[in-house]
Design a protein around this ligand. Structure first.
Ligand SMILES: [Ca+2]
Ligand SMILES: [Ca+2]
Ligand SMILES: [Ca+2]
Ligand SMILES: [Ca+2]
Length: 510
């Protein structure tokens, strides 16, 4: 009897061992296949690298108050002159002392190395000039007065121009900057004022040499300028003087939107994208039109659902005639046709992959990813962006002036949560001081430890193109492998028990 039972136990043990063998084979086979899928791909002929900011962020900077819009604008430069890059973050709806929508800029002097940073501890806070002026809606850093030290340009699209309300303005503070708590009204060295009410001058701003004279120039976006309202970008060649000045008096060149309500100039960036030594101007037009009312009061939807960016190749020259958006060297369109993707609400020219050639990053803070409505997305196209390398031979969109970002993107970072609006602002710079450029992304609707919807800024340290995306927790990772092992084990044990039961029930043969 004992011999017989032990014989059956041996068979049962064999079954279990076979089961484990099958499970192990399946598990290792699975993991090998996963690895081959995860190999980074960098060329435009293949799919882009895709990241979720959640598991990838190395530094999280939290805004202060609910609906502050912290992270709606970013600028990087050595603002205190110590040789390290510093980060300025706009929060256009910050309300210190309950003054509505004063707006503020928080400056964090580099190198930044802590994993969690709060704007409550920002060493320098610059408070907006007046109630409801939404200072910090846009930011740019660069040497505007020619002393070799970076200055800060702060857009406030609802600042007044004398007696004219809500023209918008760009307030300029000359560097270097010290720690402290200052106000724009006390400290501004120059102010460029919009000419007309409600044109939203200062929704976009950028600093860089656009006419090849070696002196940084100032580009200012007014998203509600133009008749019909299309948005405009005014370019003032540097150096920029001191004191208050009217925008039309210093403007050398205007780029005008071509689609009603497209908000041309909402985001601006300057840098050499084709590697010829002259800078390009990248203009975002994230608007989808707006509803108007006809004579009978009936609503009329003029939404165009075209959100796009235009690349204007430098050098640019003085011009009496306005340059039309549709005359851009290249135009890149939103990933979808949906409204509110806000594609082009942030643009940044910088070297994200460290190959010495600038790349182009574009934010769409309203883009839906999976179930995550309004989570936002940032796409990076590797440079050089010239007609040889950008619109590659062999792709069906080659030799065309326009492309969809889905065809052009080499790397995509998506938001972690719904309505966080990742891509509200972008900067590319070495912020932790290790000599390698980092990717800095605003999420102006994100929750933080300071409260709901304070807005945050996330930093991915190092070359993002060298990363392997962290597998999604719910995907085909180790969980699937354990599930396979568990199923095989259960089946094996079950079969073994049935086998033993069968033997016990079998009639004894004499
Ligand atoms: Ca510094
Ligand atoms: Ca210049
Ligand atoms: Ca160029
Ligand atoms: Ca590059």
């Amino acid at each position: 009897m004992w011999d017989k039972y032990s014989k059956h136990s041996f068979r049962y043990l064999s079954l279990i061992l076979i089961g484990i063998g099958i499970a192990t084979t399946l598990a290792f086979g699975r993991s090998d296949r996963d690895k081959s899928f995860e190999t980074p791909v960098h060329s435009q002929e293949t799919k882009p690298l895709k990241f979720n900011i959640g598991p990838e962020r190395d530094i999280l900077i939290s805004g202060i108050g609910t609906s502050d819009d912290f992270g709606d604008a970013l600028a990087v430069a050595d603002l205190n002159g110590d040789g390290q890059m510093d980060l300025a973050v706009g929060a256009k709806e910050h309300e210190p002392g309950s003054v509505s929508n004063l707006g503020a800029v928080f400056v964090f002097f580099g190198p930044l190395t802590d994993a969690a940073i709060s704007a409550t501890n920002a060493p320098l806070t610059i408070i907006g000039p007046g109630r409801s002026e939404i200072a910090g809606a846009s930011l740019a850093a660069g040497d505007l007065n020619g002393d070799g030290i970076p200055d800060l340009a702060i857009g406030a699209p609802k600042s007044p121009n004398g007696n004219i309300a809500m023209t918008g303005a760009v307030h300029i503070l000359y560097g270097p900057f010290q720690p402290g708590n200052i106000t724009i009204s006390d400290e501004a060295d120059a102010t460029v004022l919009g000419p007309l009410m409600s044109e939203a001058t200062g929704t976009g701003v950028a600093i860089g040499d656009l006419n090849d004279d070696g002196i940084p120039d100032l580009a200012i976006g007014s998203t509600l300028a133009g008749r019909p309202v299309v948005g405009e970008v005014a370019i003032a060649f540097g150096p920029i003087g001191s004191g208050p000045m009217n925008l039309p008096d210093v403007t050398d060149l205007v780029i005008t939107g071509t689609v009603r309500g497209e908000d041309a100039g909402d985001a601006l960036s300057i840098g050499d994208l084709d590697g010829d030594g002259s800078n390009e101007l990248v203009v975002g037009a994230p608007g989808t039109g707006f509803s108007t009312f006809d004579a009978t009061g009936r609503g009329k939807d003029e939404g165009t659902a075209i959100t796009r960016i235009g690349i204007f190749y430098g050098p640019l020259e003085n011009s009496e005639e306005k340059i039309k958006f549709d005359d851009a060297g290249y135009i890149i369109k939103a990933p979808g046709e949906d409204e509110n993707e806000y594609f082009g609400g942030a643009v940044y020219v910088g070297d994200a992959d460290g190959d010495g050639v600038n790349d182009l990053a574009v934010g769409g803070m309203g883009i839906v990813v999976g179930e995550r409505i309004g989570t936002g997305q940032v796409s990076i196209i590797r440079g050089p962006l010239d007609d040889v390398n950008f619109f590659r031979e062999g792709d069906h969109w080659s030799n065309q002036q326009t492309a969809k970002i889905k065809k052009a993107a080499n790397l995509i970072v998506s938001g972690e949560s719904a309505i966080e609006r990742l891509g509200s602002a972008i900067a590319i710079a070495d912020i932790n001081g290790d000599g390698i450029t980092d990717l800095i992304l605003g999420s102006n609707g994100a929750n933080s430890s300071n409260g709901e919807e304070t807005g945050t800024v996330s930093v991915m340290l190092g070359n993002v193109f060298d990363r392997e995306p962290t597998p999604e927790a719910s995907g085909t990772g180790p969980i699937t492998i354990f599930a396979i092992i568990a199923i095989v084990a259960v089946v094996t044990v079950g079969a073994g028990l049935l086998y033993i039961q069968k033997i016990r029930k079998a009639p004894t043969v004499a």
